[in-house]
Design a protein around this ligand. Structure first.
Ligand SMILES: *Cc1c(COP(=O)(O)O)cnc(C)c1O
Length: 388
């Protein structure tokens, strides 16, 4: 533990996760179910600990993107319902049924393959129908000329033997952007989704769980919460929406100063000689680089947070290291803690500077960076993906 903590690590604050969960729960009210999106290792936070926390807190559902991700959770005592949002090969339907995992179904051909497999296994596969209302990714096409046919294909899929259609859902393309045009597009997607559900109802095909609200719709469109909401990034306390809702970032990426040297004016620093000192400069080396998930595009522009305030990155970020200007940080010494992003240095800002979104920032933290889980201010677990 101690040796890891002297290099680079993330702190995953489960108290903040719980705070965000309860704040969102309060927002949606008692009648709406809560699905926590924990795909991609819970956006880099570690799916097992996040899922355990949500399970203990009383969340209703989890979502992952693949069977491998679902299996990891089932192998770690997660017994609550899990929905796989992405594709699962039909050969694995037996495993889905055995592990009681719900599968998204995005086309009639898939429904038929899943049905045949489920019948072969003499089991029932729980499914959620995915409708494409304008994301143009997965789902039954139902817009315009596709409406009648799309509805018929969904109805046929739901009636197949071996399948139990528990839910129906769609996904929004721009619900997280509050502009007028984006708003109108989201409303159109929602209207189409409701239209499809109504047409299916007329054919006697109903669904206990209708859901469409990702974080954007949880933040901006209460009328779209339906039976269940499906937030991801809000749970992790990131994005502008999270700031507006007063949520707390769950992940901090931290490192330590490993070396400090003072250079004369005119010294170039790091690969490419991008930065040249203009005066005597006190330079710290941080043991974190792009292989840890610290984007190289932040070279020469980002500022890390020290106990004496911000310290600019000097020159290129290397694979395993980067350099910072500590000239105006006199109290920072070898061994001092530095925050790359977290409570003091928002990952939202870091994302903007790297011309990306905070999702990519936390997902990019690589497997050699230990995740240290905090609960009630104390270390609960330390997870290292590289074998000790
Ligand atoms: C990733 C994902 C979500 C969560 O999105 P956020 O923007 O993080 O809230 C919800 N639904 C589906 C289908 C997704 O793929």
């Amino acid at each position: 533990m101690e040796t890891d903590l002297r290099r680079t690590w993330t702190e995953i604050n489960l108290d903040h996760l719980l705070y965000n969960y309860h704040a969102l729960r309060e927002r949606i009210g008692k009648t709406v179910k809560f699905l926590g999106v924990v795909k991609a290792d819970a956006y880099g936070h570690g799916a097992v600990q996040v899922a355990k926390t949500l399970q203990d807190a009383g969340a209703d559902y989890l979502a992952v993107s693949s069977l491998d991700e679902a299996r990891e959770l089932r192998n770690h005592d997660i017994i609550m319902p899990i929905l796989i949002l992405g594709h699962t090969p039909p050969e694995q339907v037996g495993e889905l049924i055995r592990m009681n995992i719900t599968q998204a179904v995005s086309a009639e051909a898939k429904a038929e393959e899943y049905s045949a497999e489920a019948v072969k296994c003499q089991g029932t596969l729980n499914i959620h129908i995915k409708v494409d209302t304008g994301m143009s990714r997965l789902g039954f096409l139902c817009d315009g000329a596709h409406f009648e046919g799309g509805v018929a294909r969904i109805a046929h899929s739901c009636a197949l033997p071996g399948l139990h259609a528990e839910g129906i859902f769609t996904h929004f393309a721009v619900s997280d952007e509050p502009g007028e045009e984006e708003n109108a597009y989201t409303k159109e997607q929602f209207a189409l989704f409701c239209h499809v559900i109504d047409a299916l109802k007329e054919q006697g095909c109903t669904f206990p769980i209708r859901h469409c609200a990702n974080s954007g719709a949880v933040a901006y469109h209460p009328e779209m919460w339906l039976d269940m909401v499906r937030p991801g990034i809000l749970l992790y306390g990131l994005s502008q929406m999270a700031d507006v809702l007063g949520l707390k970032p769950v992940m901090s990426l931290k490192t330590n100063v490993s070396t400090i040297k003072t250079y004369e004016a005119g010294t170039t620093i790091s690969y490419g000689r991008l930065f040249k000192t203009e005066e005597r400069t006190r330079v710290g080396v941080l043991p974190i680089g792009y292989a840890d998930g610290f984007f190289r595009s932040l070279s020469n522009i980002y500022q890390v947070m020290t106990e004496d305030g911000k310290a600019p990155i000097l020159g290129r970020i290397c694979m395993d290291m980067c350099m910072v200007d500590l000239t105006s940080c006199p109290n920072v010494a070898v061994g001092s803690e530095v925050e790359i992003f977290g409570m003091k240095n928002s990952a939202n800002v870091m994302a903007q500077m790297a011309q990306t979104i905070p999702y990519e920032i936390t997902c990019a933290v690589s497997k050699r960076v230990p995740r240290v889980y905090y609960r009630n201010g104390k270390i609960l677990e330390r997870k290292l993906w590289i074998d000790d």
